[in-house]
Ligand binder design. Structure first.
Ligand code: ADE
Ligand code: ZN
Length: 339
């Protein structure tokens, strides 16, 4: 398949995005505009200078800048503007459904009210559904470098807003903060009827993927790259058809892989794993979901069938009802069949 034909296919196919940190969609231009609007000091002279600082050697390098960037988000309107900008960009990539992460502790720790954060995000999600036809789920992540008590307090604080929160996730600095640290909080979230997912195996060992499955009882694994190091784990993930939300450009920019040719996506598909393609933090890693598809499909010479399979996995691995998944997958196959 020629690169041009492959790119045309990627652009034409409907898809879902299941791994997107809304704060990671803060483009340097918006970061600058919001800093000015809110009178927040940032140590950069221009949007170009911000972009030039996005040179990371590992996850922590990125997280330090990511948390700093968040400081410009202050008002409900800021969270609305951030979220609607992402939805418009996703719409251009033929994204039909999004499952968005947000990091409330990154905001409440700075004195921003939970209601401000969720109010702006939820209003934009509603507008995205009404105006762009994009359906959504919202996933609240706990910052794993903070304590179990802080995570539980965040879950308690979310109580009044649970009508807008569909699931919980686990993100931030992975190594040294195993999933087991949050087993009790995830059990509480599960009891509240929330979906559960966790970042595991991005930098952390296969053992963390194992813990996410068996101690947090997650429905999906976010990233999951290092699961491939453990044959038993691969067998389990394949047998139970656990969706993996892989983020190729993120992996490259955070040095999880040294070249795109080393992305685990093709190997995952060949092992029968349910891999999906996602942008993670697109403003920081150089691309939205179709950029990720193009980069990984070109580097790994993915077939048309594999590209369609990745899109199908994004719908089947979503938290949508089965009937809605089936409707979107049927639409996908019509689009895939079109010349
Ligand atoms: N927070 C935002 N992006 C993240 C990632 N890729 N890994 C862990 N925490 C994150
Ligand atoms: Zn992530």
């Amino acid at each position: 398949m020629s690169p041009a034909a492959r790119h045309a296919l990627i652009e034409r196919l409907p898809k879902a995005e299941l791994h997107l940190h809304i704060e990671g969609s803060l483009e340097p231009e918006m970061l600058f505009a919001l800093a000015e609007r809110n009178g927040v000091e940032i140590p950069f002279a221009s949007a170009e200078a911000v972009r030039a600082a996005y040179d990371f050697s590992n996850l922590q390098d990125f997280l330090d800048i990511y948390y700093q960037g968040m400081s410009v988000l202050v008002t409900e309107q800021d969270f609305f503007d951030l979220t609607i900008a992402y939805l418009r960009r996703a719409h251009a990539d033929n994204v039909r459904h999004v499952e968005i992460f947000f990091d409330p502790q990154g905001h409440t720790e700075r004195g921003i009210a939970f209601a401000t954060v969720i109010g702006g995000i939820a209003r934009a999600l509603d507008e995205g559904q009404a105006r762009l036809g994009i359906t959504h789920r919202l996933i609240m992540c706990f910052l794993r470098h903070l304590s179990e008590e802080a995570a539980q307090a965040t879950l308690d604080e979310a109580g009044p807003f649970l009508d807008r929160i569909d699931g919980v996730g686990l993100d931030s600095s992975e190594v040294g903060h195993p999933p087991s640290k949050f087993a009790r909080v995830f059990a509480s979230a599960h009891d509240l009827g929330l979906h559960v997912t966790a970042h595991a195996g991005e930098e952390g060992p296969p053992e963390y993927v194992h813990q996410a499955l068996h101690q947090l009882h997650v429905e999906r694994i976010d990233h999951g790259n290092r699961a491939l190091e453990d044959a038993d784990l691969v067998h389990h993930l394949a047998r139970d058809q656990i969706t993996l939300t892989v983020c190729p450009l993120s992996n490259l920019r955070l040095c999880v892989i040294d070249r795109m040719e080393h992305s685990p996506v093709k190997a995952m598909l060949e092992h029968g794993l349910k891999a999906t393609i996602n942008s993670d933090d697109p403003a920081y890693f150089g691309g939205y979901v179709n950029d990720n598809f193009r980069a990984v499909a070109d580097a790994l010479d993915l077939s048309a069938a594999q590209i369609v399979e990745l899109c199908e996995n994004s719908f089947s691995g979503s938290f949508l009802p089965e009937a809605e998944k089936a409707r979107l997958i049927a639409e996908l196959h019509v689009a895939a069949g079109a010349a």
